[in-house]
Design a protein around this ligand. Structure first.
Ligand code: AN7
Length: 419
């Protein structure tokens, strides 16, 4: 299949053999452009559904040229779970969670890494690198290990959740913490990659987004059609960019008859894209010192902001910001009402939905899919901090009974966090 890299600003086109991350002419972001004409009539839901349910079910739409180099951990194929109890709390009629925590390293990043690391092998790279708030690091470290590549990771020191750090170091990556934030780490790793020819795997890399777009295919595949809204958290904005690209490809291939409206959610302390979208401004203003409990999306200068704005505008979408309190409340409700453990950034999607329904900007009768991007166990320290602590007693029955007296006397219901 014919594949090109195309600048989203000046339209310049480059061959896929060039190792570039941004446009060599104007510096803007690149899109991978597939010639979908060749696939009309070749791909169909029947063709896809005859295969295993993972990212590679959609093989024709993934621009990898050498199948023997594919680095996979059976990523994707995550559950789409109907959440009726949570829907009631949110005030919506029909709500699904796309549970990306079920990916091999516990986040949606694996979808992008399977393609990104395969590209690294195709290009003949020996080492890969990324800056990360944690999940990209964990995923890249795992896929690099499987591919036999060296992995270099730059992190904001002290601001990466424990589970993610544990993964990065256990998979053997070289990890450097900087006394600074993610945005600074990204600037450093971009220079590092350029100077030393190390393959860059942040979401500025357009190939990574090719893997991540499969979440769009899966949602439509699982629902058998388009929902009214898809809601997701935004950090560096790779995911919303990829989601929209995937949906547009399905539209062009006539594999879906309409596009869902996209909703991007950020934390109030790190909301440059939401602010720009809501104000209707053409000027992007980064946030100097981003801050939020959702460390995954503690990003003030998202590299893909222009693709995110494009996705929100083209899909007639919405954007919303939520406080740390709203994020934690939503995380508890997802956990207690549905049994789904998600990390704070992921809960931002549900918190955003609740706010938009309450404001009346999102019709409560809509069918909504919220993408929950990462697993609860990514940030165990935050989960323990946010929850009731276990009681410690002597190893005696009556001590345990006394500790449980309230529950035992009201055994009809476990207490849930008050709404
Ligand atoms: C759980 O790992 O940026 O808008 O360096 O870990 O595509 O950046 C993580 C981002 C949402 C935001 N949810 O996605 C990183 C990193 C979780 C995340 C996002 C992230 P993008």
């Amino acid at each position: 299949m014919k594949v090109e890299l195309k600048c989203i600003s000046c339209g310049a086109v480059f061959p896929p053999s060039m190792v570039i991350y941004t446009c060599p002419k104007c510096g803007s972001l690149l899109d991978v452009v597939l010639s979908l004409d060749e696939l009309q009539g070749v791909v169909s839901w029947n063709v896809f559904r005859a295969r295993c349910f993972n990212v590679w079910r959609y093989r024709e739409l993934l621009p990898v040229f050498d199948d023997s180099k594919i680095v996979s951990l059976d990523e994707g194929g995550t559950p789409l779970i109907k959440c009726d109890r949570l829907a009631k709390w949110v005030g919506a009629r029909s709500l699904y969670i796309k549970f990306e925590g079920a990916n091999p390293t516990g986040s949606f990043k694996d979808r992008g890494m399977t393609v990104g690391v395969t590209k690294a092998l195709e290009y003949g790279a020996k080492a890969v690198a990324c800056a990360s708030t944690g999940n990209t690091a964990a995923s890249m470290a795992a896929y690099a290990a499987r591919a036999g590549l060296k992995a270099i990771i730059i992190l904001p020191w002290g601001k990466v959740a424990l589970g993610k750090l544990a993964q990065a170091v256990m998979h053997g990556a070289e990890v450097v913490g900087i006394e600074g934030n993610f945005d600074q780490a990204l600037a450093i790793v971009r220079s590092l990659s350029e100077r030393h020819g190390i393959y860059l795997l942040n979401s500025v890399n357009p190939w990574r987004l090719e893997g991540q777009k499969t979440v769009a295919y899966e949602i439509i595949d699982q629902l058998g059609g388009a929902p009214d809204f898809i809601i997701l958290p935004m950090g560096n904005c790779g995911n919303i960019s990829a989601l929209w690209k995937g949906l547009k490809e399905l539209l062009e291939l006539k594999l879906v008859d309409r596009a869902p409206r996209l909703v991007g959610v950020q934390a109030t302390g790190a909301s440059p894209v939401v602010d720009m979208f809501k104000s209707g401004s053409e000027v992007f203003k980064p946030v100097e010192n981003p801050e939020t409990v959702a460390t995954a999306i503690r990003i003030g200068n998202p590299v893909n902001w222009s693709k995110a704005i494009r996705a929100l505008r083209e899909s007639d979408g919405l954007a919303e910001k939520v406080t740390d309190e709203e994020i934690i409340k939503a995380q508890q409700m997802i956990a207690c009402l549905e049994g789904l453990g998600v990390e704070p950034a992921s809960a931002a999607s549900i918190a955003g939905l609740k706010k938009l329904v309450e404001e009346g900007s999102l019709d409560a009768n809509s069918t909504v899919v919220c993408i929950c991007t990462g697993h609860l166990l990514k940030d165990p320290e935050q989960a323990v901090r946010a929850s009731r602590q276990p009681l410690k007693v002597k190893a005696e029955l009556d001590e345990v009974e006394r500790a449980l007296s309230y529950i035992i006397s009201t055994a009809h219901a476990l207490p849930l966090p008050s709404s």
